[in-house]
Design a binder for this molecule. Structure first.
Ligand code: WT7
Length: 653
């Protein structure tokens, strides 16, 4: 992620002053899984702490050494052996939890399935037998290009069970993106479906696989789940899931795998560079996914109903729909579709229907819900919720406060969780029974994690200052490398600051030492010698009642180096920002952050360009602000949006 170096010698200016704070509810604090003493305990004996967490899992052979650290290469739980699928499924059935619901699945058209742990065990065993029949063995890569259906999870666990490496590709990605990932990983099997439901209609998946595998002989077989029943082309390479898997035995004897056996590869999209195949292994990954899911959400597996609204095609889905929840024997909701199908209250309807107690979603979704209006969630009973989480981007303070109030009933803690594909699991987050949460802050490194904010030279900054977030010590779920490219691993993450992991994000420590994540350093603006975070200016803009969403970029400026250009979606829907509103917004930003942060220009847009995982693509907006031809738009949710924006802004020149 950190392909480029920070833009200047200055560290990030610390502009935002947020004073609101929400202490944990008393009953949650009293019964919390993790109490305040966990921080000191873990700091006193960090490796001992992680050993204790690893004992959450069932090991066939214990480890000899907790950590073998040959910077920047780590091995955790050396020589330990375990099976991730057994830990997620069989173990719970053996412990008498076979009848517990593992997943409540809700298809977009409203069809549902309830899958218990005992049923999941049978399904995973059958799929493992099927993969073996197809010649898949330990270390082989298996591509999974699927909708959000239970078979996707079954396929992942079947790979884990036999020691094959899964490589899930988001179902919204193009033929080229899929092909590139097949080439890089050299997968021999692709698991897909005829299609899935999106926005009220079947959306085909198989044609993209057909096109991608046509000239890729390394792919020997394509295993196809029937989900929508739509017509599909068929070749000798294709096998129906229901023909092959359903007839297999539900008995499968798992072997134990080395703790460092590769579990999966997840490609990070990057903006311009070739995607990086982030490699995660078994023992350390599962330990931290399991611990963080239990600690950060205060999970009570007997009573909670947990829902993470991410797609399984992202790391959030891997760690917090599959491996975290299943390793904790949780009951999880899995939803196939979009938030506005068939109506804009679909998420709240799901929470009401399943009495969801813990919900986890992205700020981009939260801002969309704000835009749709408070009356939509108000029409549903959300009183079952007790912890709500956010992930994927900095959450603007206004979005946080709205989420807490309108979804959390002014009652539930909001956990703003900072992490990355590369970190594998949550790194910085409030603990719901301990932390008094501040809107917009991820607050503090979790017990056992050593994060810091440093300046340009790698020196720790004092409280009250900004800089770059770094991780000082290895952690169990850290990436083990970039698939096939150890040099790139070193260059990208370990070369910026000697001996420190550099995630590529700007951050600040407030006066209390709490952490605020400020987005990618590539997005930081340099105005008159000050590094200013796009996140802070955007947060100030959306805290004004006339603005629904905002994105800001730094455009080259002769006088100030860069000038701040703000793109705003106005609540009124107006296509132009009136002079009066321009003045009001500039004054508002000036009052919240100081005059240096006032946007030089403000432009109204109908939509913002976002990646398929919901991140704003500021690079494209910078192209517009600097009157350049717009760059590569292939990872956008909707590539036509740039034309719409450009057309609406003839005045930019
Ligand atoms: C990047 C990682 C985390 C899994 C999903 C995204 C940004 C993520 C937060 C947060 C501020 C955040 C960072 C990070 N990010 N969560 N709570 N506050 N920024 O994984 O696609 O690998 O993206 O997302 O910039 O580096 P990813």
């Amino acid at each position: 992620m950190a392909d480029s170096t920070p833009p200047s010698q200055e560290t990030l200016s610390n502009l935002l002053h947020e004073t609101r704070s929400f202490p944990p509810p008393a009953d949650l604090a009293a019964n919390a899984n993790v109490k305040a003493d966990a921080y000191d305990e873990a700091a006193g004996d960090r490796l001992g702490f992680w050993e204790e967490q690893a004992r959450r899992l069932q090991w066939d052979r214990p480890w000899d050494t907790v950590l073998d650290w040959q910077p920047p290469f780590a091995k955790w739980f050396v020589n330990g052996r375990l099976n991730a699928s057994v830990n997620c499924v069989d173990r719970h059935v053996a412990n008498g939890l076979g009848e517990r619901v593992a997943y409540y699945w809700e298809g977009e058209p409203g069809d549902t399935r309830t899958i218990t742990y005992a049923e999941l065990k049978d399904m995973v065993s059958q799929a493992a037998n099927a993969l073996t029949e197809l010649g898949v063995t330990r270390g082989d890569r298996v591509a999974i290009y699927m909708p959000m259906i239970p078979e996707t999870i079954v396929a992942m666990l079947a790979c884990a069970r036999i020691g094959a490496v899964h490589m899930v590709v988001f179902g919204g990605f193009s033929v080229d993106a899929l092909g590139q990932r097949l080439d890089d990983s050299q997968a021999k099997l692709v698991i897909t479906a005829d299609g899935g439901y999106r926005r009220g209609k079947p959306s085909a998946l198989k044609p993209a696989v057909d096109a991608a595998v046509a000239d890729r002989p390394a792919v020997e077989k394509v295993l196809v789940v029937r989900r929508t029943g739509q017509d599909v082309e068929w070749t000798d390479r294709d096998v129906w899931w229901h023909d092959l898997v359903d007839s297999q035995s539900t008995e499968h004897t798992p072997e134990a795998h080395d703790a460092e056996n590769p579990l999966y590869i997840m490609y990070t999209s990057g903006t311009t560079a070739k995607p990086k195949g982030i490699l995660h292994t078994t023992g350390g990954y599962l330990t931290q996914a399991s611990y963080t899911h239990w600690a950060v959400f205060d999970l009570k597996p007997e009573t909670d109903v947990y829902w993470c609204a991410a797609d399984i095609g992202w790391v959030t889905g891997h760690s917090y729909i599959v491996y975290g929840p299943l390793s904790n024997a949780a009951t999880t909701v899995l939803y196939e579709g979009t938030p506005d199908t068939p109506h804009r209250g679909r998420f709240w309807e799901i929470i009401e229907k399943y009495k969801v107690t813990i919900a986890y979603m992205a700020p981009t979704a939260i801002r969309t819900f704000m835009k749709w209006g408070d009356d939509i969630p108000a029409g549903f009973d959300l009183s079952s919720l007790r912890v709500i989480g956010s992930v994927g981007e900095p959450i603007n303070p206004e979005a946080y406060v709205w989420y807490r109030k309108h979804i959390g009933g002014d009652r539930t803690p909001v956990v703003d969780t900072w992490w990355q594909t590369e970190t594998g699991a949550i790194m910085v987050s409030p603990l719901p029974g301990v932390t008094s949460g501040k809107p917009g802050a991820a607050m503090r490194a979790l017990p056992g994690i050593v994060a810091d904010v440093v300046d340009e030279n790698g020196n720790s900054v004092p409280d009250g200052e900004g800089g770059f977030i770094v991780i000082r010590e290895p952690w169990p779920s850290m990436l083990r490398g970039i698939w096939g490219d150890p040099e790139r691993y070193k260059d990208t993450y370990w070369s910026r600051f000697e001996g420190l992991y550099f995630p590529g994000d700007g951050a600040k420590k407030d006066e209390d030492g709490d952490l605020w994540l400020l987005g990618r350093v590539d997005d930081v603006m340099l105005v008159s010698g000050h590094n200013i975070s796009t996140t802070e200016v955007e947060s100030a803009l959306v805290s004004h009642p006339s603005v629904a969403e905002a994105a800001v970029v730094g455009a080259t400026d002769k006088v100030t180096g860069q000038a701040i250009v703000g793109f705003v979606i106005l609540r009124s829907g107006a296509e132009e920002v009136s002079e009066e509103t321009v003045k009001a917004l500039r004054d508002h930003v000036g009052a919240s952050l100081g005059p240096i942060a006032k946007p030089a220009r403000l432009l109204a847009v109908p939509e913002l360009p976002k990646t398929r995982s919901g991140k704003i693509m500021r690079r494209l907006l910078r192209d517009i602000a600097e009157n350049r031809e717009v760059g590569d738009t292939s990872t956008l949710t909707d590539s036509s949006i740039m034309e719409v924006i450009a057309k609406q802004l003839p005045s930019v020149k």
